[in-house]
Write a protein that binds this ligand. Structure first.
Ligand SMILES: Nc1nc2c(c(=O)[nH]1)N[C@H]1C(S)=C(S)[C@@H](COP(=O)(O)O)O[C@H]1N2
Ligand SMILES: [Mo]
Length: 222
């Protein structure tokens, strides 16, 4: 097969899949489908020799702050979730499959107890990256603390060992769907707060809410 044909086929495959997603109502305005898994972040990729000193903390508007080491974290209840991921730079990756921890399960199992004053959630990541959402968004089905992608541990560039994932559950168009910067890679904790506080990209001019269906990319509340 000539080299040019491969390129044409890939182009057609991408276009066909994109059209199908559009028809299914799963392609948000201004997005295009990618067959790749682009890497996007600011700053360096943390490299862990081992996870001996790794911890995950939950604090703020909770009855008791918690801190789990890696072994404890991997014993928390898990969910397998399929998500469509939408980056503000306009690529969308569909049907990605993750295993991870869901905040609602932690609440239901009595592993954390939120105070009534918890209205927002700040994800805290390596090197000080943070991102903020309403409490509703982290309790929705489209948010997961993922530590397996496609049945395997995450690649370092995609957030090893754990990352926040914020997208859309296929076919479930809800107000809580957000652009992917609302999922912090190399996440180390969740802070529940009474007041909202803009994170890294939000402070850099990205929209505070980031609803993908309303195309809330830049500007906004803050
Ligand atoms: N810690 C951290 N997490 C981050 C970012 C970042 O700069 N730092 N960028 C976000 C953005 S803008 C996107 S689109 C996704 C990209 O995830 P990926 O590289 O796995 O595709 O990570 C998000 N999480
Ligand atoms: Mo992004």
């Amino acid at each position: 097969m000539a080299c040019g044909e491969v390129v044409v086929n890939e182009f057609q495959e991408r276009k066909q899949k994109e059209d199908a997603m559009k028809k299914a109502g799963r392609l948000p305005p201004g997005q295009s489908l990618t067959l790749k898994f682009p890497v996007l972040h600011y700053g360096p990729i943390p490299l862990y020799e081992n996870l001996d000193n790794w911890t995950f903390k939950i604090w703020g508007e909770v009855e008791e702050p918690v801190e789990w080491n890696w072994e404890q974290f991997t014993k928390l209840p898990t969910r397998t979730t399929t998500l469509d991921l939408h980056c503000v730079t306009r690529w969308s990756k569909f049907n990605t499959e993750w295993v991870g921890v869901h905040v609602q399960d932690l609440i239901d199992e009595g592993l954390i107890k939120l105070k009534d004053t918890a209205k927002f959630c700040i994800q805290h990541c390596e090197y000080g990256y943070t991102t903020n959402t309403s409490l509703d968004a982290v309790l929705a089905d489209n948010f997961l603390l993922g530590y397996q992608y496609d049945g395997k541990a995450l690649d370092p560039e995609h957030g090893y060992p754990v990352r926040g994932l914020m997208g859309a559950v296929p076919g479930n168009k809800v107000d809580a769907n957000r652009y992917l910067w609302k999922g912090g890679k190399w996440i180390r904790g969740l802070e529940f707060t009474e007041k909202d506080r803009p994170g890294f990209w939000e402070n850099a001019g990205y929209n505070n809410v980031a609803n993908i269906w309303r195309e809330e990319r830049y500007g906004g509340f803050f």
